[in-house]
Structure formats: C-alpha cells, structure tokens
Design a protein around this ligand. Structure first.
Ligand SMILES: [Zn+2]
Length: 410
C-alpha cells in the first residue's frame, strides 16, 4: 500500500464479482479493492454482506411530494392528479417546497440512495419558487447525495405563455437537465421541437414524460426518436412511463425496442405511479400498465426503475426506497429469479448510465459512496427488500440502521 487509508470495509461482496474483497477508503475516495488489504486503519466488518455505491433514483418529483393531507381531491387518474397539483402549486412557497423535499431526501438517504435526478415544475403558476427551493436542497444535502435538477413544463409549453422564458431562466440559473411532457401540450410535436432546441442551446440532456396511457394506436415516441437522431442526441434522451409499450403487441414492442436502441434513447419505468394511475377505465381485469424495462435492458437499452411520486395525488404511497420499488416492479412484471440481478441493476448501475454518471460504482478513484445491505447478493437483496444497514457518502458516514432484536420467550 502506497497510500494511507482512513477506513477499511472488510469482506464485502460487490455486485458482479465473485468472492469477498476489502475496500480501502482514503479521504473522500476509494483507494483500493483487494482480496485482503494489509494496512492499519479503522475497520468495518461486513461478513460477506453486499456493498454498493448506493441506489440511483433517476426520476422523482421532490417539489410536489408529501401533499396528501392538503388536497382532498378525488383520486380519479392522471388528469385529476395534474389538476389537483396545479391548483395547489400557486400557493407553494420556497420554504414549503424545501421542507417537503427535505422530508423525502431524509428517507431516501436512510434507504441508501446516493444519487438522484429530480424533476421540478416551472411555469407561470409556481414561477421559479420550486426550482429555487430544490437548488437549496441540492446544496443543503450535498453531504449525502448528488442531486441533479431537471426542470420541465408539466402543464404544457406552447399552450402556457411565459413557461419557456421561465425554463430558460432556470437553465441559466443552474438546472442540469431539461424535461418535457408533450401529452399535456396542445401541440405536442412543437413542444418536442422547442425542447430539443433549448437542450442543444444549453448543452443539457433531455428527460421526457411520454406516452403515459394504454392506447397503442398513436405515440409521441416516434417524434422523439426522429428528433434525437436529427440533433445527434444519442445517449442523452430519456423517456419515462411509456406505458403504451405495456399495451402493445409483441411485434410492435420488438419494433419499438429496435427504434429505441438505434436512437440511443433510455427508458424509465415508474411502477408505483403507473400501477396507481393506469387502467382507471377498467372495472375488472385491470391492466398492470407497467412497461417491462427489464426486457428492454436485455436488448442493451439503458433503463431504470424509479420512484416518481411520494405521497401525493399521483401516488398516495411512498417511502423513497428504490429497492422496494425494484421489488414491486419485479413482482408486477412477473420477473423470474434468474433476472433479479438485472432488476437490481435497474436501480443502481443502469440509472447511473442513463444519467451519464461516469464516477458511479465501487472502484478505485471513485467517490467513497458505500451502502451496505443486509444480504449476500443483489438477487437476495431484491427478493427480500434487504435493509440498508449503513451508508457513506464521499467517505463520511451518512446513516445507520440498528438490526432488529427478536425477544424469544424463555
Ligand atoms: Zn414524473
């Protein structure tokens, strides 16, 4: 060892690597990974438990989380949820958004998340208040997770005067990614065109809410594919929901997967919201409405499973646990145990790839982000929703969970 170590994790199992290893940390970085590190430094014995670089939540809405008790609306589907939040967000203050976002971030940290992309609504009703609050959260929580901010027009762009100017102001003010929502726009293709132009101007990636219904007879995906190719944006565009793909026949699914692959477009499934909002017009035999992203991932398409909404009209559930979300997905998508590892990837390394994060993963030189799960493998962690026991961000401990105690009768 040439470098002095500050901490050694002993006998860790790492995803995709046989046997156990020691992981040495120096300052904020991982310095060494070896079967046995001989050095004098404080140690944490993992006894073969799984260590990962943390979960990566590629799609969550911090600005409209934790609104439940405030809305009293009828839970009737997507349009009703958008209307309910639209009415509420006029009264959002920066303090309010910050407090609700912080509540979710505290939970996400304790569930092992170390990287996150949050969508933030920007329009004349909320102005830049949500964006400013999330910017403050990014700064205030940098000790525990890297927060990437994706601003987007939830209620339309071309039909909502003033929205584009606000998006430009947010992009000038430090937004990292540009989002879209063509299905609420009166001119969806024009929105897609405007957003590609803006993304190119600011050199940011794009992340669309797209094709969020179960009618396979029409799609906005074709236009996003065309624009991605025209702007040479391969590897920089993500589409979320795309629930239409769960409703199309196998031949159409295969053809669409081929298109996505050629255009280099990534896909995010949002199981909690998709399950809650899709199929509302069915009285029985209700479709699941979750696109099988593990099958797209097998075709080499960058995919992720993400949280989306927490305790609001879009999804009145949520604990910000990505491992629980991956488990929910696997259950709903009837994933066989052989593909549990793949589903685990969809909340760790796959979203890191989708977000173009180049320093994710437990590897020498990377940030010392280490989350230990009470399981011996990714597949076991997924099947059992293993408890995250402890976590580090940039070499500093961020959380710990005490093991449960069982009190047997004498
Ligand atoms: Zn969303």
């Amino acid at each position: 060892m040439t470098e002095a170590l500050d901490l050694i994790f002993r006998d860790a199992t790492l995803p995709g690597r046989a046997g156990t290893v020691d992981v040495g940390v120096s300052g904020r970085r991982i310095a060494a990974i070896e079967p046995r590190i001989e050095a004098d430094a404080p140690e944490i014995a993992l006894h073969g438990r799984l260590a990962i670089a943390g979960f990566v939540d590629s799609h969550i809405h911090l600005d409209k989380a934790c609104l439940l008790g405030r809305c009293g609306h009828v839970h009737g589907g997507l349009a009703a949820a958008i209307r309910a939040v639209s009415a509420m967000k006029q009264s959002f203050t920066e303090e309010d958004v910050h407090a609700r976002g912080a509540q979710v971030l505290d939970r996400a940290i304790a569930k092992g998340t170390t990287r996150m992309r949050t969508h933030v609504e920007v329009d004349p009703r909320v102005g830049l208040r949500g964006f400013e609050a999330v910017k403050a959260l990014k700064r205030d929580y940098a000790w525990a997770l890297d927060l990437s901010i994706c601003v987007f027009p939830q209620e339309g762009l071309t039909n909502d005067p003033g929205t584009e100017e606000l998006l430009v102001a947010a992009l000038n003010g430090g937004a990292d990614v540009l989002g879209g929502c063509p299905y609420t726009d009166t001119a969806p293709h024009d929105q897609i065109e405007r957003l590609f132009a803006l993304a190119e101007r600011f050199d940011v990636d794009l992340d669309f809410h797209l094709d969020f219904d179960l009618d396979p007879s029409w799609t906005h995906l074709d236009e996003v594919c065309r624009r991605t190719e025209r702007h040479r944006y391969h590897g920089r565009v993500t589409v979320g929901h795309v629930t239409k793909m769960s409703a199309c026949a196998p031949e159409t699914f295969a053809r669409t997967a081929q298109r996505l692959s050629e255009a280099g477009i990534a896909v995010t499934a949002l199981p909690a919201t998709d399950l809650y909002l899709m199929g509302r017009d069915h009285t029985h035999n209700i479709p699941r409405g979750v696109t099988p992203v593990h099958r797209l991932a097998r075709e080499g398409i960058a995919c992720s499973i993400a949280t989306n909404n927490v305790l609001n009209p879009f999804t009145p559930f949520g604990d910000a646990s990505l491992l629980r979300m991956a488990n929910l997905y696997a259950n709903v998508a009837q994933v066989e145990p052989e593909a549990f590892d793949l589903c685990f990837d969809l909340v760790t390394s796959a979203p890191a790839r989708l977000m173009n994060l180049t320093d994710y993963g437990i590897a020498p030189g990377h940030p010392a982000d280490i989350v230990v799960l009470d399981a011996g493998s990714p597949a076991a962690a997924l099947a059992e929703i293993a408890e995250p026991i402890l976590g580090f961000k940039n070499g500093r401990q961020t959380f710990a969970h005490a093991p449960a105690q069982i009190f047997r009768p004498r």
